[in-house]
Design a protein around this ligand. Structure first.
Ligand code: HEC
Ligand code: HEC
Ligand code: HEC
Ligand code: HEC
Ligand code: HEC
Ligand code: HEC
Length: 259
């Protein structure tokens, strides 16, 4: 993909869709930016994954024809739940155009805009619980969704059309790095399954057994295991201490320890 499009992906969860760039250009259109974060105010991952979209890039399968039939983006961008895909072309086909700054600047969204949309969709948005009255951002400018969740500022929609069960799990799995001085990592099923379906992680990303998957930092940094989401659509890997947070030899009560 052209470097100038990659700049849009610095913000976690922005995906430039340029697989049909030639066809789009022939129609006088710019490539599409899909901003995960502008959807995260209203929807949990479960609403889209893996029912509407695969949890990976499938360049070429999302065509405008399918969207017009009500698939993919067309499930919601139908003029009822959200703006229509048979007009407003430049709301999605926006890379390189004025308006694209709305996709990359997390301070460029009005709280009233979120409130209005949440009300229309029937998701929860409790603005008065926002600490200091502003969206919490981490040091990379990404929205700190965990802070929003802890303060119960929002209650995203979990399902479209009531499809699929809402399954959760409570176990915590502790990863013990063998490198001296590196803090342990706790993976909390409860946090993750509140928003993500089991099938999104099992079995393609992780075996369903503590210690079953050969997880290492190198593999994560190359986009596998935790790196399937962290560094792409969840907080960045450079936030080391958000994962490496547990002192050596201190195991949270009830946690499963990987050997
Ligand atoms: C409104 C729908 C929607 C929601 C909600 C959503 N996603 Fe996605 N996600 C997409 C689309 C669209 C793609 C691209 C799919 C494609 O190319 O076929 C995608 C792709 C991804 C990818 C692959 C990214 C890459 O760069 O390889 C990951 C990982 C992902 N999503 C995780 C998540 C997580 C985690 C959440 C919740 C925090 C989430 N998604 C919420 C629509 C959504
Ligand atoms: C689950 C429903 C849903 C799906 C699926 C979905 N969207 Fe959205 N999208 C929304 C809602 C709701 C908003 C918030 C804007 C509004 O309606 O007020 C939004 C906002 C956006 C925005 C921000 C526009 C702006 O200027 O603020 C873009 C861009 C966008 N969507 C693109 C896409 C693309 C591209 C796809 C498919 C790859 C897609 N969306 C799939 C519901 C959805
Ligand atoms: C809700 C978001 C959205 C809106 C609004 C939208 N498109 Fe698209 N469009 C897409 C996505 C996603 C793709 C696939 C991009 C890719 O993978 O390269 C696409 C692709 C295309 C393509 C390339 C051929 C193809 O099917 O992949 C054309 C042509 C196109 N759109 C025309 C339009 C026109 C004309 C409008 C306005 C009438 C419009 N689009 C509005 C999301 C949108
Ligand atoms: C965000 C990713 C993710 C999601 C979503 C997820 N898991 Fe897991 N699961 C893991 C990881 C990581 C492990 C540990 C794998 C390892 O040690 O190799 C694991 C291990 C397990 C294990 C063995 C350890 C234990 O807890 O007993 C079971 C069983 C399991 N998962 C069931 C589920 C079920 C049921 C769901 C849905 C309610 C689910 N998982 C959702 C990531 C996930
Ligand atoms: C399927 C996507 C996905 C995978 C895979 C995943 N996470 Fe997450 N994780 C998320 C999302 C989404 C959040 C919410 C915060 C955010 O969006 O930045 C989160 C939050 C967290 C948090 C903060 C909340 C808490 O539980 O304390 C930690 C720590 C964390 N993840 C660790 C891990 C580790 C370690 C792995 C691998 C064993 C992993 N995650 C795999 C998506 C994922
Ligand atoms: C998304 C969660 C996450 C983040 C963020 C993260 N790590 Fe890790 N890290 C892990 C997991 C899981 C392991 C595997 C532990 C084990 O079982 O050996 C690991 C292992 C390691 C190891 C042990 C060697 C190895 O490859 O297993 C080192 C060193 C390490 N991480 C350093 C870092 C540094 C430095 C950062 C910040 C730049 C970082 N990590 C950010 C989850 C994370």
């Amino acid at each position: 993909m052209a470097d100038r499009w990659l700049a849009y992906e610095k913000l976690s969860g922005n995906i430039v869709m340029a697989s049909g760039e030639a066809a789009q250009a022939a129609a006088g259109l710019a490539p599409v930016i899909f901003p995960h974060w502008r959807h995260g105010f209203y929807y949990d991952c479960k609403a889209c994954h893996d029912g509407v979209f695969k949890m990976r890039r499938t360049a070429g399968t999302i065509t405008h024809e399918a969207i017009a039939r009500g698939e993919f983006c067309g499930r919601c961008h139908n003029g009822e739940l959200s703006f229509a895909s048979d007009k407003d072309c430049a709301k999605c086909h926006v890379a390189g155009l004025p308006g694209s700054e709305r996709m990359t600047d997390t301070t460029n969204i009005g709280l009233d805009e979120i409130k209005e949309t949440a009300k229309r969709l029937g998701s929860g948005w409790y603005q008065s619980r926002l600490e200091k009255g502003v969206l919490p951002l981490d040091r990379f400018g990404d929205i700190d969704w965990e802070a929003l969740r802890e303060d119960e500022v929002w209650k995203p929609i979990k399902k479209l059309d009531g499809e699929g069960a809402d399954e959760t799990r409570q176990t915590v799995i502790v990863f013990k790095p063998t490198v001296p001085g590196v803090k342990q990592v706790a993976f909390d099923h409860a946090h993750h399954t509140a928003q993500i379906r089991c099938e999104s992680c099992h079995q393609e990303i992780f075996e369903k057994a503590a210690g079953g998957s050969p997880v290492s930092m190198d593999a994560i940094a190359s986009g596998r295991f935790c790196g399937t989401c962290h560094g792409k659509t969840a907080f960045k890997l450079a936030g080391c201490s958000r994962c490496h947070s547990i002192e050596p030899d201190r195991i949270p009560a009830g946690a499963l320890v990987r050997e």
